[in-house]
Design a protein around this ligand. Sequence first.
Ligand SMILES: NC(=O)C1=CN([C@@H]2O[C@H](COP(=O)(O)OP(=O)(O)OC[C@H]3O[C@@H](n4cnc5c(N)ncnc54)[C@H](O)[C@@H]3O)[C@@H](O)[C@H]2O)C=CC1
Ligand SMILES: O=C(O)[C@@H]1CCC=N1
Length: 275
Amino acid sequence: MKTRTIGFIGGGNMATSLMSGLIASGHSPQQIWVSDTAATILQSHRDHLNVNVSNDNNKIVQEVDVVVLAVKPQAMREVLLQIAPAVQQKKSLVVSIAAGISQTSLALWLGSDVAIVRCMPNTPALVLTGATALHANANVDEEEKDLAENILRAVGLALWVDDEAQLDAVTAVSGSGPAYFFLMMEAMEQAAVTMGLDEHTARLLVQQTALGAAKIALESAESPALLRERVTSPGGTTQKAIETFQENGFAELVSKALQAAKERSIEMSKQLGAD
Ligand SMILES: NC(=O)C1=CN([C@@H]2O[C@H](COP(=O)(O)OP(=O)(O)OC[C@H]3O[C@@H](n4cnc5c(N)ncnc54)[C@H](O)[C@@H]3O)[C@@H](O)[C@H]2O)C=CC1
Ligand SMILES: O=C(O)[C@@H]1CCC=N1
């Protein structure tokens, strides 16, 4: 497939992760465009990533093959109504990364014949370890599916869901997920310092432990439960910690938190969208 130009509308955290990941995985910065309302953001992307920048969203549509929508969900309606005529005229492939903005809303604001891929990536795309689930509407052909998938696969795992409703669960699991692991790391660091380790040592030990656990889990065919049991010597230290987690409702808490994130995703579709 020939190299395609990719344009980001909104150059914030997630667009930065995706652009950096794409460049690190071999995409030319010259093939990437980004627009933003903040001049400082554009300046930073020009200086640090060497990509093409513009403060005009329609200019991005004109310049690229694939338009990635990376503004906050709250800004989506206004942006889409602004670019809809250009998107329709150019027959652009549009990829939305916004949480809680449904295919129905995207199609209403962009036009019912526009090819739209809705996806949910996450910020580890920055280090080429992202996880993205994608959903295509009926206007997206196989070549466009490959194109969207290739962009997201350049920065990590990319998989398709047939049922768009599953994206609410994906948002709760992997979209927001990095924050849960950071929260765990934060809490472990604080506990380590309380127990007498210096901050630097605590941070290094927690970081390396998180990386090691994730690597084992990825490389092993065994379940997390079995991997946990391998660390847990009967009557030993891990058992004490795990019992403390379990007695205090750890699994229920995680389930409640993810359910709350999923419900917020559904609620956002209703509040911000046209559903
Ligand atoms: N941050 C995350 O971990 C993830 C975010 N997302 C989704 O990605 C999208 C962007 O999120 P973030 O990057 O975190 O937000 P952000 O606030 O960092 O970036 C949004 C950018 O859009 C710009 N902007 C606002 N109005 C604009 C307009 N009219 N035209 C052009 N640019 C405009 C802002 O100046 C800002 O730089 C959201 O829809 C979010 O749901 C999806 C997965 C993970
Ligand atoms: O917190 C949010 O709404 C976005 C979507 C997933 C991660 N960040």
